[in-house]
Design a protein around this ligand. Structure first.
Ligand code: URA
Length: 246
């Protein structure tokens, strides 16, 4: 969801200031209701927005999978001028990242301008798996893994992972697979800290039906129609919009 004046400005209806004036003058409606409050948010993809009764063309929905490298922050802009994921995804539509990966976390990041999809991917109610691979140098004791499986308390909330298992051993160390549904800030690192497993690297490899496999670090691609259909089904959002996807 985005602020209405921002949507109007981004579509070239008017400058941000002039868009605010249109709103306060009662000339803008969202889904049939006149909106005069400036903080109002709307969905640039799904909301029906009219200015003076004239329909604003909806934005083409975009669904992008990025394999985020380490060193990029997940935000649309940064006051300190650090590298952001938006430096890697340059497209005309205004997409934004769904949830966050820490600067030093790599892997799968979904970017979209579809507010419903973004909200549901993040909301634990829809139970979308977030699968992480944690690289750690030495093998954790079974008791430690069991503690993790039993769940840990983060910010007063009990987080019980869907799955914890040793995925494989590599020359670099051991890879632990951890699947969670929550999207709390620094969640996996905090869970590892709780049970005393040092994290060398953290990578998200899967988000529900979407996998990072085949996407090189720093590269993005559009979701295929099949992936979008499966994602929308997983989020109980129904059919994919054929026109919106390559
Ligand atoms: N958990 C973390 O600790 N960091 C991330 O970036 C994602 C999940």
């Amino acid at each position: 969801m985005e602020r209405l004046q921002r949507i109007l400005a981004a579509r070239g209806v008017a400058s941000r200031r002039a868009a605010e004036e249109l709103i306060t003058a009662g000339r803008v409606s969202v889904d049939g209701n006149v909106v005069t409050e400036l903080g109002t948010r709307a969905d640039p993809v799904r909301s029906t927005i009219r200015v003076d009764g004239k329909l604003l063309k909806t934005q083409r929905p975009r669904y992008i999978l990025l394999n985020k490298p380490r060193g990029y922050i997940t935000t649309t802009k940064d006051e300190r001028d650090r590298r952001t994921v938006m430096d890697l995804v340059q497209i005309p539509e205004r997409v934004y990242p769904v949830g966050r990966l820490d600067r030093d976390t790599e892997g799968l990041l979904l970017l979209t301008n579809d507010g419903d999809v973004a909200n549901r991917v993040m909301h634990p109610r829809y139970g979308l798996d977030k699968e992480y691979h944690v690289l750690t140098l030495s093998r954790p004791a079974d008791a430690v893994l069991q503690r993790l499986r039993n769940g840990v308390t983060i910010e007063g909330k009990r987080v019980v992972p869907e799955e914890v298992r040793i995925q494989r051993e590599t020359t670099e160390g051991l890879i632990l697979k951890v699947v969670v549904h929550e999207g709390m800030h620094h969640l996996v690192r905090r869970m590892m800290e709780e049970v005393g497993i040092p994290v060398e690297r953290l990578r998200r490899v899967r988000l529900g039906p979407l996998s990072v496999t085949g996407i090189q670090s720093g590269i993005w691609r559009e979701l295929t129609h099949g992936e979008l259909t499966t994602l929308l089904e997983a989020l109980r959002l129904g059919q994919a919009n054929e026109s919106g996807v390559d």
